[in-house]
Design a protein. Structure first.
Lengths: 68, 203
């Protein structure tokens, strides 16, 4: 597996982590009512969206490089 | 000293289908999976066997600093992106860009360690050492070992940015393979953190 393939896997895991963190933050906000926690959650969802965009950009940029 | 050259450092080995360096780094990462896997298993066993987690009460997210850990997660994800861009620059034959991205990776790595230093300092000020309870023992062991791996990555990446980059002038492909191997290691270390962060700080 090349760094390209491993990076794609890494980005997918990072997106899942960001989504999970966003969900955790929203749940924590509902429990505690702290605005800072909600802000962290919004950041988490925004990071997930940015990572998805980046993942596609990366695949386009390294189109000619093998996954092996 | 003989002038024997290690074979298949650039071209793929006919048996494995990849260069020897890449095969070596994957074997090393397999051993790392076993090391961290054993520690994660210990953590799961200790946690499931405890009547309450953390033992002193409350939630992990109330004891540990979630905003700082979130910042560190962002730093490490960004550093993986800069690392892969450093490798892509080598692939595209752009050494100055490689230096820029690799320099950014090293700076981000130091940023991670500085944030960790503040996190640890605060815990020590409160008298929370690894001997405090199982929660802190697990926390300091896992994050400490991970921090040592970050240090190792800084050493390797600094070598590639400094004296190691001389190889570019004589054998570009070999140098690019070395950067790729360092990148595989770096991604693994970052991936470990992505598992550590929710396990220790959130759940």
């Amino acid at each position: 597996m090349s760094l390209k393939a491993f990076h794609v896997f890494f980005v997918i895991v990072s997106v899942l982590c960001a989504l999970g963190f966003g969900a955790w933050s929203v749940a924590a906000y509902q429990r505690t009512g702290q605005g800072g926690t909600l802000l962290l959650g919004i950041l988490g969802f925004a990071a997930a969206a940015a990572l998805v965009w980046y993942g596609f950009w990366f695949l386009r940029k390294l189109k000619g490089v093998s996954f092996l | 000293m003989s002038d024997t050259v290690i074979p298949y450092m650039v071209k793929p080995h006919p048996v494995t289908g990849i260069p020897n360096g890449k095969f070596g780094i994957w074997l090393f990462l397999a051993s790392e999976v076993m090391l961290f896997g054993a520690l994660f298993s210990s953590y799961v066993l200790i946690r499931t066997g405890a009547p309450h987690w953390p033992p002193e009460g409350g939630l992990s997210s109330e004891i540990l600093n979630v905003p700082l850990a979130t910042l560190n997660t962002g730093i490490l994800i960004t550093s993986s992106i800069t690392m892969v861009l450093a490798w892509a620059s080598c692939k595209l034959g752009e050494l100055p860009k490689f230096k820029l991205w690799m320099g950014a990776t090293i700076l981000l790595s130091f940023g991670f360690l500085i944030v960790k230093y503040f996190e640890y300092s605060h815990k020590f000020e409160l008298g929370h050492y690894p001997s405090h309870d199982n929660f802190y023992a697990v926390y300091f062991t896992l994050t400490g070992l991970h921090g040592v791996h970050i240090l190792g990555g800084i050493v390797v990446n600094s070598y590639l940015l400094g004296p190691g980059s001389k190889l570019w002038a004589t054998d570009r492909e070999h140098f690019t393979n070395r950067v790729e191997n360092a990148g595989l290691y770096w991604h693994f270390v970052d991936l470990v953190w992505i598992f550590l962060f929710p396990c220790l700080y959130l759940l």
